[in-house]
Design a protein around this ligand. Structure first.
Ligand SMILES: [Zn+2]
Length: 286
């Protein structure tokens, strides 16, 4: 058996509270319903927020950044702190977050014996708060990247976009954008990060314009798929349940179909959504 040389740490960086229609609203869910404004808080769900640290022969790579410590300065739910960190009272109405002491990404890196400056890459799947809000905690990383399509998408004059994406999470960070350099995925847009096919950002648009899954592949062609918010759990691709928060429903469904095919392949070792409450923090060796 070949030696395993890639290690993936699944780290839980707090939790997000959303209406059940946001993750699992399906194809006919309205934005109003997904927002939770019409649903009592007792029915809302607390979902985990994962980020992923990859120990790769070519360096240390982080995929997404979870919540910033400033969301919960004392490690517990803090309404005022959240509104400030999210940068929008409206956004706070749609999702709330909490992060216990020791769970912020920089705190977890330290626990594992790493410093943010040792990160070769920080890759952002997209720029929603629960993925990009923690970015400033790892701003010393050597390369910080998001897709050009995602960055362009955050600048559109659209009510949903103006609430969802707050540039205060990245404006003081040396965040660079990348252009697609490959044709993998549901819309034929991908970015081979290291140039050897072992780490590919695959565009899975719908939830946001430049949303990417990360496909981590070993020398034998076995892979782990981190599909971010392309679905909210394993049941999303198993039962083809699209989430209620989308910018393009048709593309979202097309992306979910691709996630399904990728996840069902015998070469797929694990397929993980960022907010799957059925998954615990663990380590994968590939
Ligand atoms: Zn998310």
């Amino acid at each position: 058996m070949a030696q395993k040389n890639i290690k993936i740490h699944i780290l839980k960086t707090g939790e997000v509270r959303v209406s059940p229609y946001l993750p699992f609203g399906g194809d006919n869910c309205s934005l109003l319903k997904a927002s939770g404004i019409t649903t009592p808080k007792s029915k809302w769900l607390w979902l985990p927020v994962f980020c992923f640290l990859i120990e790769h022969p070519k360096g240390l790579i982080l995929f997404d950044t979870g919540w910033h410590r400033e969301m919960s300065p004392d490690g517990v739910y803090d309404k005022q702190a959240q509104i400030k960190s999210l940068g929008s009272w409206f956004l706070y109405q749609i999702n709330q977050g909490r992060i216990a002491n020791g769970e912020a990404v920089d705190e977890q890196l330290m626990r594992l014996g790493f410093r943010p400056s040792e990160l070769e890459y920080v890759l952002l799947s997209h720029l929603d708060c629960d993925h990009a809000n923690g970015l400033r905690q790892v701003k010393e990383a050597r390369h910080i990247l998001v897709s050009e399509d995602e960055m362009t998408g955050t600048k559109r004059k659209n009510f949903q976009i103006m609430i969802r994406f707050q540039k205060q999470w990245w404006e003081d960070v040396d965040l660079k954008t990348f252009e697609w350099n490959g044709t993998e995925g549901p819309v034929g847009k991908s970015y081979d990060v290291l140039g050897d096919g072992s780490l590919v950002m695959v565009n899975i648009p719908g939830h946001s314009e430049g949303l990417c899954a990360l496909k981590i592949k070993n020398g034998e062609g076995k892979y782990v798929l981190l599909f971010s918010d392309g679905g909210y759990a394993t049941k999303s691709w198993r039962d083809m349940i699209t989430s209620g928060i989308t910018l393009d429903k048709k593309l979202q469904r097309q992306s979910l179909q691709w996630i399904r095919e990728q996840s069902m392949s015998p070469d797929c070792i694990e397929s993980i959504a960022t907010h799957d409450s059925g998954i615990n923090a663990h380590v994968i060796e590939l």
